[in-house]
Design a protein around this ligand. Structure first.
Ligand SMILES: Nc1nc2c(ncn2[C@@H]2O[C@H](COP(=O)(O)OP(=O)(O)O)[C@@H](O)[C@H]2O)c(=O)[nH]1
Ligand SMILES: [Mg+2]
Length: 382
C-alpha cells in the first residue's frame, strides 16, 4: 500500500484514481492508505517547502497562508491549509457542473491544479448524472493539472462524508491546490459532505420558484455564498430578494436579467469581500449565467474572499480541527460498535447475557448494564 501512497504523493494520475477507488470501497485498505499518506506528510520536511512554494504561486495566497501551508504539512495531515475545498451544491439541473467547468478553467488559468469530486448518491451504479457531468467537463480530460472523479460511496456504511474526506486527503496529498466537491443537495448525506468543505456555494435557479422554502435539508443555513444561476431566465431578482429576506441582510442593489454584466456580475473581489460585516461573514448572493459564462468571475472572487476570510480569522484552522475531531469521534464510535457486535456473538460471557435477555430471564436494561460492566475493564488490557 505504501507504493500506492508514494504514487499519490508523486501526483501520478493512475495512483490517485486507484487510491480514490480504494477509499470509495472502504475497508482496511482505505485505512492503511490514509495512514500512509498522513505519515508521509509528517515525515517529509522537504514537502513543507514545496507546499509553501505552491501556495506562494497561488494568486490568492499570501505569505501568511504559505507559512500556514508549511506548518500544516509539517503537522502531518495531507490536507494542509493551502488546499482549498470548495463545495458546490444544489438541486439536479441547477447548473452545478456547468459552473464547475468554468471554475476549473479559471483556476487552471491561475496555474492552480484542480480536482473535482462529483458526489451523486442517487446514481451510484449507473452514474447517470455523473456521466453527464463528465461530458460537461470533458474538455479538461486531457489536462494533467485537472482531475475529475465521481464518488459513489459503494462501501460506505455512514453515507458519503467518509469517502469524501478520504478522497480529499488523497487529492491534497497528490498536490491539488483546489478540490471542488459537487453534490446534489437533497439529503442528509450530502449535507454531511458539505460540512467537509471550507466554502459552500449553494446553486439555485429562478425557475425553482419556492426553492428557498423548499430547501429544508439545512443546506440553506450552511451556505457561504448563494449563487443564483440561470440569471438569464426571468425571476432571478425575486429569488435574490427571497434569499436576502431569509438572510435578513439587504440584497445587493443591482439590476438583474439583461443588465447582468453591470451588476453583481461586475463586482470586484473588494466589492465581494466587503460582504464581511463586523468581522462576520455575510453570505453574498450572486446572479450568474453559467451557460453564458457571465458572473463566474464574481463567483470565483466570492469564493476566494471567503477563503481569505477563513484564513485571516483563523477559522479555517478551527474548522479543519473540528472536522478532524468529528472524524475521530465517528471512527471511534464505529470501531467500538463493530467490536461490540462481534463480542456479542463471539464471547461466551456476553453471549450468556444475550441469551438471558432472549429467554426473558433478564430485562433488556439489566442486560445492557451487565454487558457494559463486562466490557469496561477490557480497556486497561488493550
Ligand atoms: N438557461 C440557462 N441554462 C443553464 C445555465 N447553466 C446551466 N444551464 C443548463 O442547465 C442544465 C443542467 O446543467 P448542469 O450543469 O448539468 O446542472 P447540475 O445537475 O446542477 O450539474 C444543462 O442543460 C445546462 O446547459 C444558465 O446559466 N442558463
Ligand atoms: Mg452535475
Amino acid at each position: 500500500m505504501s507504493t500506492l501512497a508514494d504514487g499519490v504523493r508523486a501526483g501520478r494520475v493512475r495512483a490517485v484514481a486507484k487510491a480514490i477507488t480504494v477509499i470509495d470501497e472502504g475497508g482496511p485498505e482505505a485505512a492503511d492508505l490514509l495512514t500512509a499518506l498522513w505519515r508521509g506528510a509528517s515525515a517529509a520536511t522537504d514537502d513543507a517547502g514545496d507546499a509553501a512554494d505552491v501556495a506562494a504561486g497561488c494568486a490568492a495566497a499570501g505569505a501568511a497562508s504559505a507559512a500556514a501551508a508549511a506548518g500544516g504539512a509539517a503537522r502531518g495531515d495531507p490536507l494542509s491549509e493551502s488546499v482549498r475545498v470548495i463545495g458546490i451544491t444544489g438541486a439536479p439541473g441547477a447548473g452545478k457542473s456547468t459552473l464547475t467547468d468554468l471554475l476549473i478553467e479559471r483556476y487552471r488559468q491561475q496555474g492552480l491544479r484542480v480536482s473535482v469530486l462529483a458526489v451523486d448518491p442517487s446514481s451510484p451504479f449507473t452514474g447517470g448524472a455523473v456521466l453527464g457531468d463528465r461530458v460537461r467537463m470533458n474538455r479538461h480530460a486531457l489536462d494533467a493539472g485537472c482531475f475529475i472523479r465521481s464518488l459513489g460511496a459503494r462501501g460506505a456504511l455512514g453515507g458519503l462524508a467518509r469517502p469524501a474526506r478520504g478522497a480529499i486527503r488523497v487529492l491534497a496529498a497528490a498536490g491539488f491546490d483546489v478540490i471542488l466537491l459537487e453534490t446534489v443537495g437533497v439529503g442528509q448525506s450530502e449535507l454531511d459532505v458539505m460540512h467537509v468543505a471550507d466554502t459552500v456555494a449553494l446553486v439555485l435557479t429562478p425557475a425553482g420558484g419556492d426553492q428557498v422554502q423548499a430547501t429544508k435539508s439545512g443546506i440553506m443555513e450552511i451556505a457561504d455564498l448563494y449563487v443564483i444561476n440561470k440569471a438569464d431566465l426571468p425571476g432571478s431578482a425575486r429569488l435574490r430578494h427571497a434569499i436576502a429576506d431569509m438572510l435578513h441582510v439587504r440584497a445587493p442593489d443591482v439590476a438583474s436579467g439583461g443588465d447582468l454584466a453591470g451588476g453583481v456580475l461586475g463586482a470586484t473581489s473588494e466589492g465581494v469581500a466587503s460582504g464581511t460585516s463586523e468581522g462576520q461573514w455575510v453570505p453574498p448572493v450572486l446572479e450568474v449565467s453559467a451557460s453564458r459564462a457571465e458572473g463566474v468571475e464574481a463567483m470565483a472572487a466570492a469564493v476566494a474572499a471567503h477563503g481569505d476570510y477563513l484564513r485571516e480569522t483563523g477559522q479555517l484552522a478551527q474548522r479543519r480541527s473540528r472536522q478532524r475531531l468529528q472524524e475521530l469521534r465517528e471512527r471511534f464510535r464505529e470501531s467500538l460498535c463493530l467490536k461490540a457486535d462481534r463480542a456479542l456473538v463471539e464471547e461466551p460471557a456476553l453471549m450468556a447475557i444475550a441469551e438471558a435477555v432472549l429467554e426473558r430471564r433478564v430485562a433488556v436494561e439489566v442486560g445492557v448494564e451487565q454487558l457494559v460492566a463486562l466490557w469496561e475493564p477490557r480497556k486497561a488490557g488493550s
